[in-house]
Design a protein around this ligand. Sequence first.
Ligand SMILES: Nc1nc2c(ncn2[C@@H]2O[C@H](COP(=O)(O)OP(=O)(O)O)[C@@H](O)[C@H]2O)c(=O)[nH]1
Ligand SMILES: Nc1ncnc2c1ncn2[C@@H]1O[C@H](COP(=O)(O)OP(=O)(O)O)[C@@H](O)[C@H]1O
Length: 220
Amino acid sequence: MAESVHLNRRGVLFVLSSPSGAGKTTISRKMLAADPDIALSISATTRPMRPGETDGVDYHFVDVDRFKTMAADGEFLEWAHVFGHRYGTPRDRVEDLLAAGKDVLFDIDWQGAQQLYQEAGPDVVRVFILPPTMDELERRLRARGTDSDEVIAARMARAANEISHWDGYDYVLINDDVDGCFDEVRAILRAERLKRRRQIGLIGFARDLIRSVPEADTKL
Ligand SMILES: Nc1nc2c(ncn2[C@@H]2O[C@H](COP(=O)(O)OP(=O)(O)O)[C@@H](O)[C@H]2O)c(=O)[nH]1
Ligand SMILES: Nc1ncnc2c1ncn2[C@@H]1O[C@H](COP(=O)(O)OP(=O)(O)O)[C@@H](O)[C@H]1O
């Protein structure tokens, strides 16, 4: 039997953004559970921990002074103010995951997506998730049961602003049916992994194929 061919490839930096409540946490969890080759970037944040969250798993919960020191020391790939708190992507974990051959999933807002794209350009794939309607978005925020009326109103007020950045993304999906949306996200990841420019060693592989034909007419 022929030897199987394995070419290394550049890792994908896969960004999922959406207005709060549109479903990006749900989709992220499904992706991480379904695919061992992608791992989550764990952000640092100054916002308080919510019930059910674990420090170091959902976020690294830090105070403002610590966050400022991390930012000043260049520890973040990107950071931004969101809902009156600071959120940032620690550089180390992302670099370690990429070095280990993993793709990295980012649950960050449009400001983070923009900064990451400036840092890492074509390695970044930006996916934006829209709710089917604003009424459904509000219904999901209420159904989640994690926020007071006041916080929900603030999230709805911010949602229009977040949505207005939809055209800064490579893909825009509508999360009507969660399984359908998840399938689309997986299809995007699969296709992006197969892109020619991510296949390190493809030039050499094709060259060796051509050279292995003694009579090859490479001028054709
Ligand atoms: N720029 C940036 N945004 C982040 C980061 N981590 C989380 N966010 C965004 O901050 C927003 C608020 O997140 P969170 O407080 O967990 O509330 P959520 O709306 O329930 O997801 C979401 O839009 C996240 O995508 C980060 O490291 N950088
Ligand atoms: N397609 C969908 N249909 C109905 N409910 C959904 C759908 N996607 C997510 N939800 C629910 O909506 C709520 C908000 O989703 P979540 O993933 O927490 O959003 P986000 O991370 O974008 O704030 C959760 O209770 C989740 O179970």
